[in-house]
Unconditional design. Structure first.
Length: 192
């Protein structure tokens, strides 16, 4: 019997069904929004009665003792990966961005079947960003807050980082594109 500590045990929510294939080294998770396939490097134990997944530190193939020591760290990584996948298949991921600065505005423009995000960020021109499929972007009436939502957290975070890169917050006045929960520590200017 393999002894596994509590932190490597994951409780499966009721609205998620899972299928584990030892032959293909894969775990398939079905949720209300979508399904995801996880390729495994370590063996897992599943229990239908208690709805618990236990992640072991045993690899699927034989390897040397030196490689097994390095392989231990992968156990915790797979636990966090499975937990994040549970979150992705049950809820939508949302990132909030705020525009800080005089005249900084955002608006949505619809041209034929495409939707563009127009950003006015103090440059001599407007920046137009084509919204990819699978991502929803909405602007509030104040035009200073942008909500980015989608099914994949990594994809939503990547789009938010790309939009933020158009005008990074500067440290003296705090103007720029910031995440909603981000606080900028302002530097002091030169004194005469």
């Amino acid at each position: 019997m393999i002894k596994i500590t509590k932190r490597y045990c994951i409780k499966v929510p009721k609205n998620i069904t899972l299928y584990y294939s030892k032959k293909y080294k894969a775990l398939i998770l079905f949720g209300p929004l979508k399904k995801i396939l996880i390729n495994l490097k370590v063996k897992i134990l599943t229990s239908k009665k208690t709805r618990v997944i236990k992640v072991t530190k045993d690899p699927f193939c034989e390897m040397s003792q030196n490689l097994k020591r390095r392989f231990k760290s992968i156990q915790g990584t797979f636990v966090s990966l499975i937990k994040q996948t549970f979150n992705e298949i049950t809820t939508l991921s949302i990132k909030k961005i705020k525009l800080v600065g005089v005249g900084y505005k955002s608006s949505l423009i619809y041209i034929f079947d495409r939707c563009l995000l127009e950003l006015k960020l103090g440059y001599s021109h407007s920046i137009y960003f084509q919204i990819p499929k699978g991502i929803q972007i909405s602007c509030l009436k104040t035009n200073s807050k942008i909500y980015i939502s989608g099914k994949l957290y990594i994809y939503v975070a990547r789009i938010a980082a790309l939009l933020r890169s158009y005008r990074l917050p500067e440290p003296y006045k705090g103007k720029g594109i910031l995440y909603d929960d981000e606080q900028i520590v302002l530097k002091e200017g030169k004194k005469l």
